[in-house]
Design a protein around this ligand. Sequence first.
Ligand SMILES: Nc1nc2c(ncn2[C@@H]2O[C@H](COP(=O)(O)OP(=O)(O)OP(=O)(O)O)[C@@H](O)[C@H]2O)c(=O)[nH]1
Length: 383
Amino acid sequence: MVQLFKCLLKAEKKVVRAHLRNAFIDSLRLTVRGGHGGNGVPKYGGIGGQGGCVYFVAKDGVSLRNVAQKYKTKRIAASSGEDSSKVRILGRRGLDERVEVPTGIQVYDENGQLLGDLNEDNATCIAAGGGTGGCTGNNFLGTPGDHRTVKLDLKLIADVGLVGFPNAGKSTLLKAISNANPKIASYPFTTIRPQIGTLEYPDLRQITLADLPGLIEGAHANIGMGHKFLKHVERTRLLLIMVDIFGFRLGAQHAKRNCLENIYALNKELELYDETLLDKPCVLLVNKMDLKGASDVYKAIKPFINNLENGLEKCPEEIRPSKLINIERIIPISAKNEKRIDVVKEELRDVLDNVAERKYVPDALELREQLKRKVGERGPKIT
Ligand SMILES: Nc1nc2c(ncn2[C@@H]2O[C@H](COP(=O)(O)OP(=O)(O)OP(=O)(O)O)[C@@H](O)[C@H]2O)c(=O)[nH]1
């Protein structure tokens, strides 16, 4: 009986593990420790070696899952500096610990302070500096290295962020317009992790499009997956919002929202997550135009979509946004029949080149310079 019970428990465990193995990791906590500085020798004026540092290097093709698997204890420590001795007056530096992380990682300390933004291949950031070697300034006693817990937060890097409520047809569009091959089904929440596709143009220009699933009305109250994936929109330059022409109803206990209400509700969720997202230019796709009666509904709501302010009065209070999205283009499409997909492709390129480029110039360069200066002030030189 006991044996049978054990067997059943084992079988149960396996199922859970298999499920977890597929989970998408987009943030990870690690404890990092710089090496201790080596001690000096007062008699000879010997200086201890500096402790090694722990640093992150962005690498394309690496995933956070790889990092989690490599550092199972979630603790990373660099080695200590060598003590000075009679035969080696200047102790050797401790070895640095180099940790490869995916490109697109932001590194935060325990206070939520940004330590580094690794948004291109080979970008580096020191997570824990090594301690100073023993010298006259510290009575020849080496000091401990930094010790902290850091959070690695992966934010996908894509030009366009596709958001919409479940079942709007986002995956269908991604499949039709790009090289991605997402799962499509007629029930909500088919997509459970962000998917990225690349749009290719005849002149070899490429635009990346990220399908960000899981957004529902009330996500700000952590309903469903909450705002888990909205952080990926932060780095996109253009919002691509998709709505079903016949609206969406999450379940029997939820109110049925028509197409226009869905636009307001999406607007509201974006606003509640981060108001600055609404400054980004936005292209609105009204999908499922192949369905019977779709053209009539579209005709009726078009004046309101063209000027969202007009419909605000009638919009239910719980989904009424206080700041409106910047709709640059409105395109009615049928993702399933691939109708007007080429138009979407061209318009995305046009808005990206002519509006997003001018309007949304992030001060990433300046931020990089600031971080570089900060890193340069302390910690050993990374080679
Ligand atoms: N009639 C019609 N059906 C469509 C169209 N686009 C998508 N669908 C259908 O709508 C359903 C949902 O499509 P998906 O592409 O999975 O929608 P999604 O927004 O990715 O859904 P989640 O994975 O839940 O986020 C599927 O049954 C599609 O076949 C369209 O243009 N016309």
